[in-house]
Design a protein around this ligand. Structure first.
Ligand code: SAH
Length: 219
């Protein structure tokens, strides 16, 4: 847990965040570290000022560039599956957007890497994470299909964009015992967990979700 690093957060949204955490608990999120991280990170700073009054609603919101900030429940659910009651360890996020999920990961782990293919979004993520004092998160403008070879292997990898199958390069960058969580599918998607075991990759499927597609290249 790395919550001591969080700074610059006003208390004004604390009560609203506590209500959001209670809602997440009621929806079935039970990992106390995940709930704690969701309660610490101020979602409103990641959102356009015009939409800030909806920052703690359990809904996805537009980010610009045709992208969305993920729904709090889905962020919590995917990270709960990813952490699996253990530690995140060295973690990689594909599709940082404006940095909200990266911030949650940053509370839970000292080693967080995140890539984003749209340069202006990455710039916003950088500013947002700096504003709340999460300076240990390493961000890169890159195509997440390729993973992040220079920092591999990873104990955990999480994708915030959907694909029909897990990108091979990402599976190859999982450490032994490592776990990857992603929205799997195109029109219909489910949360998929892939674990790298001694006997090979083992997949488990969870709830239905709706994510933007994992696209090739950078822009
Ligand atoms: N993690 C964000 C969600 C952003 S939406 C949050 O916390 O709200 C998903 C993001 O994935 C978009 O910003 C999109 O540009 C990005 N994305 C899609 N394909 C990608 C790729 N191949 N590499 C890196 N980022 C990608």
């Amino acid at each position: 847990m790395n919550s001591a690093a969080l700074t610059g957060i006003g208390m004004t949204s604390q009560r609203t965040r506590s209500r959001m955490v209670e809602r997440l608990r009621a929806l079935g999120i039970s990992d106390s570290r995940v709930l704690h991280a969701m309660g610490l990170v101020p979602r409103h700073i990641f959102i356009e000022p015009a939409l800030a009054n909806r920052a703690y609603d359990d809904t996805a919101l537009p980010l610009g560039f045709g992208q969305t900030i993920s729904q709090p429940f889905v962020v919590a659910r995917m990270i709960e599956i990813l952490i699996a009651g253990r530690e995140l360890g060295k973690t990689l996020e594909i599709g940082a957007g404006c940095g909200y999920q990266a911030a949650i990961l940053g509370v839970l782990s000292k080693q967080v890497f995140a890539v984003e293919r749209i340069a202006p979004l990455l710039t916003r993520a950088r500013q947002n994470l700096k504003q709340i004092g999460l300076s240990h998160i390493r961000l890169k403008h890159a195509d997440g299909n390729l993973g992040l070879a220079e920092a591999a292997p990873f104990d955990t990898i999480i994708l915030a964009a959907a694909a029909a199958s897990a990108p091979q390069k990402l599976l190859a960058q999982l450490a032994p015992g490592g776990r990857l969580v992603m929205p799997l599918g195109t029109a219909e998607q489910v949360i998929s967990l892939v674990e790298r075991t001694d006997g090979g990759f083992v997949e488990t499927r969870f709830d239905a979700v709706r994510f933007v597609p994992l696209l090739p290249g950078v822009e």
